[in-house]
Design a protein around this ligand. Structure first.
Ligand code: ZN
Ligand code: ZN
Length: 548
């Protein structure tokens, strides 16, 4: 039986998606509606209660209250119905496509009858999509390629699943107390996720089960066994919540993390005694295997690089980048808190479409960094930049300006559509420049948004190894670039890797864990990762002494 609160939850979630498509990514209203869905669980299931009671709930303001009132009196939300008629069903997915605009989304629905992602792929195949104003063959091709990336219609990209899993995790803790863990595919850092697994430690299993049956943030599907509730998120992803007895999460956590063959080996003969995850591994005479490595053969899994081995972050933006939100002091304070020994500051340079630092600005930053070195004596602060590789492989700062830098990161931020030969040649040219020591997000892919550029990856790996350039595994959940497979291939071919956050705001400094996790999936060990080097060796690497 669906309660009014659950119906409203689904409606507000949908409205949030539609308003975001209509008003753009930064829509304040879209965000407020999404927040409100999480707040609904603080209201009664039948939505009874006075206006004052509702307004006292954090996350429910006057705008949302108006919608609740409308829904209570009429059972519908007029704005939702209007937008629903204007936009495709799969709007949440389609709005993220490159060069997509609200107008185009409306034309897709209104003129071509596109509702699902599959409809759009068909419209690209038939050429119908090119009858729309502003859509040429290049854009059409990009859309089709981006949509075809999904392995199944239900799967969502890692960044989306991780965000949802994190919110569910906090929501459960807030309402039911106890510790919760994100397990399953999200914890294993898979690129696409069709099921989110959470493990929650609760005293009151029955009460928690009932809470999940009635929640407004997902649709309840049923139970699997006594202690697992199955739900479907409003995004269509299945969510399994596994309830554990307090202080006994280890076996359940291992089981819910998977993959099944690994879990079966580790749990053989263990029962469900009160052990932590580490204790279960220890009892089997194994070291605790990081979740992303659990799909590997055991000997290889035990040896992978660990997050605790990372000694510095070599791709970080400050507020001097147009999209950066941290001061240099914020960055360095966070780096000290993370226990880092060194960092490389890499703001965007001027060739970027939306602007960046020119030589003069780099010189000013040099002074700022010199001052900061006095304030943070225990941290080695290197001055770098994230240079743009132009169409021909040139860099967007001349050699005089580059002389200011200790070393630099270079990356592709434009001309993603070049053919393989041209694309590869441009990257190889950039790799030969002596200031370039790191190739950022080498393929430029964004999971679920755009495929990587057409690149002869083997040639790039070989050139990186030859020129002493480390290939980045970018830690943004939507990038994870290089991928686990390519990271493994790079190591096999003798290239070095670097685990970087590419943080633009404080919360993103922790992205390094995603980078390390991706390497773990690829079976990479610390010897191939330059930012595991102790300071002395790292300094030699920077100076080029250990340059092959
Ligand atoms: Zn970049
Ligand atoms: Zn960057």
């Amino acid at each position: 039986m669906t309660s009014p609160r659950q119906t409203l939850g689904a409606a507000l979630w949908r409205l949030s998606d539609l308003v975001r498509a209509d008003e753009g990514r930064r829509s304040f209203r879209a965000k407020a509606y999404r927040t409100a869905v999480w707040s609904l669980d603080d209201l009664s299931p039948d939505l009874s209660g006075s206006v004052d009671v509702m307004l006292a709930v954090p996350g429910i303001g006057p705008g949302v209250l108006k919608l609740i009132e409308e829904f209570r009196s009429s059972g519908v939300i007029a704005l939702l119905e209007r937008l629903e008629n204007q936009y495709p069903r799969d709007v949440a997915r389609l709005r993220r496509l490159p060069r997509m605009t609200p107008t185009l989304l409306r034309s897709l629905k209104g003129e071509l009858g596109v509702d699902r992602a599959a409809d759009l792929i068909a419209a690209v195949d038939s050429g119908a999509v090119e009858t729309l104003k502003g859509v040429g063959p290049t854009t059409a091709e990009r859309w089709a390629r981006a949509l075809e990336l999904a392995p199944s219609p239900k799967a969502v990209p890692a960044f989306q699943a991780a965000a949802l899993a994190g919110s569910l995790d906090r929501h459960l803790t807030h309402h039911k107390g106890g510790r919760t863990w994100v397990a399953g595919a999200v914890r294993r850092l898979e690129e696409w996720v069709d099921t989110i697994d959470l493990v929650a430690e609760v005293e009151d299993t029955v009460g928690t089960g009932r809470f999940l049956e009635e929640t407004a943030v997902a649709r309840f599907l049923g139970y699997t066994g006594a202690a697992t509730s199955r739900l479907e998120s409003h995004e269509g992803v299945e969510v399994r919540v596994h309830l554990a007895r307090p202080d006994a999460p280890g076996p359940l956590l291992i089981d819910a993390t998977g993959p099944p063959e690994h879990a079966a080996t580790v749990l053989a003969g263990i029962g469900d005694d009160a052990w932590s995850e580490t204790e279960v591994y220890a009892r089997q005479g194994m070291v605790c295997i990081p979740a992303p490595a659990r799909g590997l053969p055991p000997e290889q899994a035990a040896d992978v690089v660990r997050s605790t081995e990372i000694r510095g972050d070599l791709h970080i933006h400050t507020e001097r980048s147009p999209d950066g939100r941290m001061s240099l002091a914020d960055v360095l304070t966070a780096a000290v808190d993370l226990g880092y020994e060194y960092v490389l500051i890499t703001d965007h340079t001027s060739g970027l479409r939306f602007g960046g630092l020119d030589e003069r600005a780099l010189a000013m930053q040099r002074e700022e960094i010199d001052h900061a070195r006095d304030r943070f004596p225990d941290l080695v602060v290197l001055h770098g930049a994230e240079l743009n590789i132009d169409r021909d492989g040139g860099l967007d700062i001349d050699d005089h300006g580059l002389g200011l830098l200790d070393m630099a990161v270079a990356g592709l931020h434009s001309h993603f559509d070049l053919g393989r030969e041209e694309q590869t040649a441009r990257v190889l040219t950039a790799l030969r420049h002596p200031v370039v020591r790191i190739l950022a997000h080498p393929t430029g892919r964004r999971i679920g948004i755009r495929p990587g550029v057409d690149l002869d990856v083997d040639a790039v790996i070989a050139a990186a190894a030859e020129n002493g350039v480390a290939l980045e595994v970018n830690g943004h959940r939507d990038r994870l670039d290089l991928s686990a497979d390519l990271a493994a291939a790079a190591v096999a071919a003798g290239a070095s890797l670097v685990a970087n956050s590419d943080a633009h705001r404080i919360g993103e400094m922790g992205n390094v864990a995603n980078s390390v996790g991706t390497m773990q999936r690829g079976g990479v060990n610390a010897a191939s990762v330059i930012n595991t080097m102790p300071l002395g060796r790292f300094r030699e690497w920077v100076a080029g002494v250990s340059r092959k």
